[in-house]
Ligand binder design. Structure first.
Ligand SMILES: Cc1cc2nc3c(=O)[nH]c(=O)nc-3n(C[C@H](O)[C@H](O)[C@H](O)COP(=O)(O)OP(=O)(O)OC[C@H]3O[C@@H](n4cnc5c(N)ncnc54)[C@H](O)[C@@H]3O)c2cc1C
Length: 597
């Protein structure tokens, strides 16, 4: 099996040539000292960590899994040492607040680092990703004293963190959750209840685990408006700041599941555990969304990272595997057969994976850049504009990256035939590991509903219009670029069609609210198709520019143009089917009687 290698050349391309990250950083005071050289150095050492430390533990971690014994969770062999290497490198606090020991790096860089870690070993990557997300929620909503005490310990990885939302009867519908928080008369609270499916709820990697728990205060209104957020340490810190006595937090079991077997998915019990309110009472869901939005992008990156690894394995295999002859005549007449790469269907599969994952990577950097504008740009108008893009694109990125990531893993597996199904080549593990990204952090169906309902039909802020402006100004800037005319024509047509379908959806939903749910998944796919087309146009422009420079790596940039054309001609036609599916309305979806399902 080919071990994961970080695709550094492709990452440099999207970061520097497509997104022009160094120019963006130089223009914002908080990132002015983040130069292209610094970003490259970060990517180099992340690549080394991913391929030399994390990737070698991917298979053994899957085989060994986590062990649950006497209330404690043991991670697979090698994970503790890898965690030490990860935390000593400062990777948990990569985007953390420098005032509390974080490194303040831009998100457009961090998305590439996360993609590498996810591609090398998703199970491992989840532990620090959750800590980074929880830290972000604390930066945004916690008191100064909580930030000063907890953030340095979380950024250093000495302590880790979780996100405790889900209960047995409350998954998507968090308004149903029952965990209680009673004031203890000393400014803190007693937290009581059980949570399920908690990633990293218990493990042996860090000295303490800090749970961010959603719970209800005694007088809280019913439903989602009565939920508050609490910080609940597994062990209460003692006077010296070290993990002290146990705090009424216990792990009841770990789940046995399809993939990410080295990631501990825990049942967590809180029995009158001491907790500290984060943010305002009854505003817990909004605070938790700070974390969830961060996690959603990271979970999307799990799809891209695993598709990248799968493509690396499948491409190497397809170059070597000899089966059949090319339809146009043998290319390897001396051999027993031709390499399977001669077969158009094998090429179709591999190019589909490549086209999707490279556009996804470019989109992740684009969303990362918007997050950086929100965070670092002093101009309130630019900030507000970028915040609208982030709100619109977060559910699209989570669902599109993970759906296409999973499809990419399956396509790559298919390219190996039966050898993809057996364990040896690692692709069956990637398929199992990628599958969860479509489900957790809010299922992709629920992401689509968020997009179609809140971000499109009920939107009052002009979220879609902000995206349309970006695409239109790009097209305007390229108006005289004849070399890529076909790509731009496709983008223009896809934009017009998506706008028209969006208007149709808004009108149809006014007549029948079920139209939103019936349209949501194909609508998200349609919008992501437009976005991927936009990304391929931007990549094609950057590649054309590079080709005009003397000494440029011709093959690399020509490949970008070839894949851009593949995407335009082979993948964009699906937009017509998606538009037709959406406009067929909800009648046939709702017609089948519930009792006969
Ligand atoms: C391995 C793993 C790790 C996890 N890690 C964490 C974690 O760290 N912290 C945490 O809090 N949770 C975690 N989860 C929980 C995860 O986020 C939930 O499983 C997920 O959000 C879905 O909730 P549910 O399983 O209760 O499904 P349900 O909410 O019961 O949904 C079932 C189906 O109904 C659909 N559905 C539900 N409501 C609607 C609606 N209104 N409209 C349309 N469709 C709807 C869903 O899309 C889904 O297809 C994890 C889960 C797993 C499996």
């Amino acid at each position: 099996m080919a071990a994961y290698q970080a695709p550094l050349t492709d990452m440099h391309f999207v970061l520097h040539e497509v997104q022009r990250a160094a120019e963006l950083c130089a223009a914002m005071p908080g990132t002015a000292d983040v130069t292209a050289d610094l970003m490259d150095a970060v990517l180099e050492s992340a690549a080394q960590l991913a391929s030399e430390v994390l990737a070698p533990l991917n298979r053994s971690g899957d085989e060994e899994g986590c062990r649950f014994e006497a209330g404690r969770v043991h991670t697979p062999a090698g994970f503790r040492e890898a965690y030490r290497a990860y935390t000593e490198g400062g990777w948990v606090g990569l985007c953390g607040d420098p005032a509390h020991g974080g490194q303040g790096m831009p998100k457009m860089l961090a998305v590439l680092v996360e993609e590498m870690m996810m591609g090398a070993n998703s199970s491992f990557a989840l532990y620090p990703v959750l800590t980074a997300g929880a830290s972000l929620a604390l930066v945004s909503h916690a008191s100064e004293s909580i930030k000063a005490f907890y953030l340095p310990r979380l950024y250093s990885g000495e302590w880790s963190a979780t996100m405790c939302l889900t209960e047995a009867h409350a998954g998507t519908d968090l308004g149903l959750l029952k965990t209680r928080a009673e004031p203890d008369g000393q400014g803190s609270y007693r937290i009581t209840g059980s949570k399920i499916f908690i990633t990293g709820g218990e493990h042996d990697l860090s000295d303490n685990i800090i749970h961010l728990v959603l719970a209800r205060l005694p007088d809280a209104p019913a439903g989602p408006r009565g939920i508050s957020l609490f910080l609940v340490p597994r062990q209460l810190p003692d006077a010296s700041g070290k993990p002290g006595v146990h705090n009424g937090v216990s792990c009841g079991a770990i789940e046995h599941k399809m993939g990410i077997k080295a990631s501990a998915t825990c049942v967590m019990h809180f029995d009158g555990a001491t907790g500290y309110l984060i943010g305002e009472a009854n505003k817990g869901l909004a605070c938790m969304f700070t974390m969830m939005n961060y996690e959603r992008l990271s979970i999307g990156l799990q799809g891209i990272g695993l598709a990248e690894h799968s493509l690396q394995v499948a491409s190497a295999y397809a170059r070597e595997r000899l089966q059949g002859r090319a339809a146009t005549g043998p290319v390897n007449p001396a051999g027993s057969a031709d390499p399977i790469l001669v077969h158009p269907d094998v090429r179709r599969m591999l190019l589909t994976v490549r086209a999707d994952l490279e556009a996804g990577r470019a989109l992740s950097v684009y969303v990362g850049a918007a997050l950086d504008t929100v965070h670092f740009d002093p101009d309130p108008q630019r900030q507000a504009r970028a915040a609208r893009l982030v709100a619109l694109l977060t559910p699209v990125a989570k669902a599109a990256f993970s759906d296409r990531g999973f499809e990419g893993c399956v396509n790559a597996q298919q390219a190996l035939g039966g050898h993809g199904y057996v364990r040896e080549w690692g692709l069956e593990q990637n398929v199992r590991d990628a599958r969860i990204a479509q489900i957790y952090e809010g299922t992709n169906g629920v992401q689509a509903l968020d997009l179609a309902g809140r971000k499109v039909v009920r939107d009052q802020e002009g979220l879609l219009e902000t995206l349309w402006e970006d695409i239109e100004s790009f097209l305007q800037a390229q108006a005289t670029n004849a070399a890529l005319k076909e790509c731009f024509l496709e983008l223009k047509a896809a934009l017009a069609q998506t706008r028209q379908v969006s208007d149709w959806l808004r009108q149809a939903a006014a007549g029948n609210p079920d139209e939103i749910g019936a349209a949501s998944v194909p609508y998200l796919r349609l919008l992501s198709q437009l976005l991927y087309c936009f990304m391929w146009c931007r990549m094609a422009v950057a590649a054309t520019l590079a080709l005009s420079r003397p000494g440029a790596d011709k093959a690399f940039y020509e490949d970008k143009l070839t894949v851009a054309r593949f995407f335009m001609t082979r993948q964009m036609p699906v937009r017509h089917a998606l538009a037709a599916e959406i406009k067929s309305g909800c009648a046939t979806v709702m017609a089948f009687p519930a009792e006969r399902f």
